[in-house]
Structure formats: structure tokens, C-alpha cells
Design a protein around this ligand. Structure first.
Ligand code: ATP
Length: 458
């Protein structure tokens, strides 16, 4: 199925409270977005699914939450100070600035001019001042990737948790890149979140672990609802590899604006641990050691087979939360024509990702008995701990269903006169109607079974 139109997804996200332009009332901050009441739920659910799959359902991984503000030396020895840059050009005619590899036929995207400056490297790391003195010595970087927090804590993690190879460290957190041309909604932004794993293995076992992680990660994205047809693998050509990588396989997704990277899975060898401990790693990039900038910590681990210390190799599956959200929304957003000719928008999210799990709806919003019963049922469903339960009293049942179809609520529970024993078949006393989002089928369920029935969907 082709991906949807990006403008449609953007206006949907604003209309229904998923994602807003940051600082919109002041004209907006380019390349920065805020997640609204429904967006934050979707994002938290996606991150929770990733954490569950990688930490709780495995026994070879631990978690970390390292700081965003980063010591300058971390990004010096990681190689980012020297190499984390894109080539940019300026247009002499309209003065706009572009990333050179994003231009078509060497033309300015805004005015079509070919009158451009020579490409110049532009380092994408944000710097920020630390403390009250404004000098060059007192700055920190806002991390451009979460990975380095894992590498520089390697010793602390091994010493405190007694890991043995192979093992991984997982982290979810914000990263910042001063992108020259942020674009395509939340696809390329200046502030974003990453879900990164650094999986440490014995040198020599890296290639098989790399292959295994590519497979695991593709399967995980499918579990989040992305279809096989919209996911492709791309092996980065050697000339395009990042300074730390021996091999990188990208998982591409067929986004509304084209087939682009959703996650990168890199074999970073022993580059980072080697560089931070001033060892010459497998890629033969010797750290430029300045004895005044000492890190004498040995980032090594015992190889139980040889009983000798080694600098492990690392496989890094690095996924973007925001790109994940865009892919999931694009895949789930569906416009349908129903049997009666009416149209509906339905967000076909996997239930575990849905921002609202269940809507409880009183059929008559002014009937005190129905309202009271609805509130009791809401409390019972909330007590299941499955996520957000919404009380919906627009007074128009059809409208309520459509609203919840549009935001992806898997179940609506309607409480009517029969539920409170005031109308219709007495056998229906204490029963409610459960309606499913995708099939729109409805069934009558007794309140004694309501928890079991609802739990069965999540
Ligand atoms: P690209 O080539 O698209 O700039 P990258 O190869 O530089 O991406 P990585 O450094 O591999 O990206 O980062 C890992 C993941 O972080 C990416 O797969 C992506 O999902 C996410 N990511 C990177 N840069 C951005 C950004 N500017 N905005 C949103 N997500 C990003």
C-alpha cells in the first residue's frame, strides 16, 4: 500500500492533538516539534514496547539513562568534533542555505539558481555554556547521539552489574543535531529521540551478531504495525560509512515523502571503547592523545575463553523515535468508505500503541443513573492498568465512535438504558455494548466479564 500524503498526516496530527509545531504562537521554531496529549501517549507506548522487547524480554541487556549535557572530551574522542559534519552551500541569489547532498542537479531548492558557494563542512553539534563565565573552556555539547553515554559508562556498568560477553546496554533519550535543512515534518528535526542499543560481543563474533540484530529489529518494527512491503534493507556503501563503522545496514521505511532511513544498525567494532581508552582499535584510527585530557580508564572486559582482557566489538541498532512515530502514523492512517456510502477516518494502530485504550460512553449524558454507572465502569477499566481510558459524552453515539476511530481507540464501551435495567430486554440488565474499531462489530458483554473481555484485547 502506498504511503499517505505528508500534508494530510501533518494536519491530522495538529487537529487531533498528536504533534504541534514548537513555539507556534511566535511563528514556530524550525525543526522542533511538541507532542500533544495524544502524541505523548503514542510516543510513550512506542518507547515502552521497545524497552519491554529489549530489556524485559531478554536476559542479556540492561538499561541506562545518561545525561544530555556532555563533556567536551567525550565528543572529541568519539570523533564527532572532527567528523560529525555535513557539507553545506549558500545560494548567492536568495541567500538560503542547503545541505549539498540534498540538492537536485546542483540547483537552489528555493529559487532554482545554480549560483552557489563551494561546499563547506558544518559541524552539527550544539554547544551550550556551562556556568557563569563565558569562555571557550566552559562549554558542553548537547549530545548528537545517546550512544556515547553508554561507551563512557562501560566500566561503571560492567563493575556494577557483572556482565559477561555478549551483553547489551539500551537507552532511550533525546539527541540534538543542528541540521542544515530540517524537513519532512518530524522526519528530520533538530531535537529528537533515539532508542539505541550497544551490544558488546567478542571480536570475531561481530558479523553474526550484526546479522541477527538486523533480523530482530525488522521483526520488531513489524510488531509495531509496519508492513513488510514498506520496509527495506539497505547496506551502506563503504564510501558512505560513518567514521566508526565497519558495516552499516539501514532499515528503510516507505515514508510519505519517500523511502528513507528509519533505523541504522552499525558494526562499530572496538572504535569507541578503544578511542575513549586511547587504544588503537580495529579501524586503525589512532586517538590523538593529549596527556592533559587523560582518561586512563580501561574499557575492557574479560574474555572467558582466553581468560584475557579484550576490547569488545559493538553492534549498534539505533532507531529514531520520531521517525518511528511518523512511520506508524502513516501506516495506520486510513480513509474508508463504508457500506452505507459514508466515509470514516480510522487510525489502525496496534492496540498496545493506541493513545486511548478504551472509551466509555453514556448513551444519555443527562441521565444520572447511566452517567453514574458509566463512571463506575470507567474506574473498573482504569484499574486494569492498560493505559488511558476516556469518558466520552458528546451525546451522539455515532459521533463518539467516529472520533475514537480517528484517534485509534481500539474499544468503545456504551452504557445504555438496558444496562441500568430501565428499558428493553430485562436479560440485558448489567450488560454493555463493546464496539471494535477496525471491524466495527458490536457485542453485548455482561459486567461480570468486562475486565476479562477488555484485557483480552491488550
Ligand atoms: P540521516 O542519514 O537520515 O541523517 P543518520 O544516518 O545520520 O540519518 P544515525 O546517526 O544513524 O542517523 O542516527 C540513528 C537514527 O536516529 C536514525 O536512523 C534516525 O531514525 C534518527 N535520526 C537521526 N537524525 C535525525 C534527525 N535529524 N531527526 C530525526 N531523527 C533522526
Amino acid at each position: 500500500m502506498p504511503a499517505k500524503n505528508l500534508d494530510e498526516i501533518m494536519s491530522f496530527c495538529k487537529r487531533r492533538g498528536f504533534i504541534f509545531q514548537s513555539g507556534e504562537i511566535y511563528g514556530g521554531l524550525q525543526g522542533v516539534y511538541d507532542y500533544g496529549p495524544l502524541g505523548v501517549e503514542l510516543k510513550n507506548n512506542l518507547k515502552a514496547a521497545w524497552w519491554r522487547a529489549n530489556i524485559y524480554e531478554r536476559d542479556d541487556m540492561v538499561g541506562l539513562d545518561s545525561a544530555i549535557l556532555s563533556h567536551q572530551m567525550v565528543f572529541k574522542y568519539s570523533g564527532h568534533e572532527d567528523t560529525f559534519s555535513d557539507n553545506m552551500v549558500d545560494c548567492y541569489d536568495c541567500k538560503k542555505r542547503w545541505r549539498v547532498d540534498h540538492l537536485k542537479d546542483g540547483q537552489c531548492e528555493a529559487c532554482g539558481s545554480k549560483n552557489l558557494t563551494e561546499p563547506r563542512p558544518f559541524n552539527m553539534m550544539f554547544k551550550t555554556r556551562i556556568g557563569p563565565v563565558e569562555d571557550n573552556a566552559s562549554f558542553a555539547y548537547l549530545r548528537p547521539e545517546t550512544a556515547q553515554g553508554i561507551f563512557v559508562n562501560f566500566r561503571n556498568i560492567v563493575d556494577s552489574t557483572f556482565q559477561k560477553l555478549p551483553f547489551g546496554v539500551a537507552q532511550i533519550g533525546k539527541a540534538f543535531r543542528n541540521e542544515i535543512t530540517p524537513r519532512n515534518f518530524i522526519f528530520r528535526v533538530r531535537e529528537f529521540e533515539q532508542m539505541e542499543i550497544e551490544f558488546f560481543v567478542k571480536p570475531g563474533e561481530d558479523e553474526q551478531w550484526h546479522d541477527a540484530w538486523v533480523e530482530t529489529r525488522v521483526a520488531w518494527w513489524q510488531d509495531q504495525g509496519l508492513s513488510k512491503e514498506n520496509l527495506k534493507l539497505f547496506v551502506q556503501p563503504e564510501a558512505e560509512l560513518a567514521h566508526y563503522a565497519k558495516k552499516t545496514v539501514d532499515i528503510l521505511y516507505n515514508f510519505p515523502h519517500g523511502l528513507e532511513e528509519l533505523e541504522g544498525i552499525a558494526n562499530r567494532t572496538d572504535f569507541d571503547l578503544g578511542s575513549h581508552s586511547k587504544e588503537q582499535g580495529a579501524l586503525n584510527i589512532k586517538a590523538k592523545v593529549n596527556p592533559n585530557e587523560h582518561s586512563i580508564t580501561k574499557l575492557q572486559i574479560l574474555d572467558p575463553k582466553t581468560n584475557e582482557n579484550c576490547v569488545p566489538y559493538v553492534i549498534e541498532p539505533s532507531a529514531g523515535v520520531d521517525r518511528g512515530i511518523l512511520a506508524i502514523l502513516s501506516e495506520a492512517y486510513t480513509e474508508e468508505v463504508l457500506g452505507d456510502g459514508k466515509e470514516r477516518i480510522v487510525l489502525k494502530l496496534k492496540p498496545h500503541l493506541a493513545p486511548v485504550k478504551v472509551a466509555v460512553i453514556p448513551l444519555a449524558k443527562n441521565n444520572p443513573d447511566i452517567v453514574a454507572k458509566t463512571k463506575v465502569i470507567r474506574k473498573r477499566i482504569q484499574a486494569l492498568g492498560i493505559g488511558r481510558v476516556s469518558y466520552e459524552d458528546t451525546g451522539n453515539i455515532g459521533k463518539s465512535y467516529r472520533r475514537h476511530d480517528e484517534i485509534g481507540t481500539p474499544l468503545c464501551i456504551t452504557i445504555d438504558f438496558e444496562t441500568i435495567g430501565k428499558d428493553g430486554d430485562p436479560a440485558l440488565f448489567n450488560t454493555v455494548t463493546i464496539r471494535e474499531r477496525d471491524s466495527m462489530t458490536q457485542k453485548r458483554v455482561h459486567l461480570d466479564d468486562i475486565e476479562t473481555t477488555v484485557r483480552g484485547y491488550f
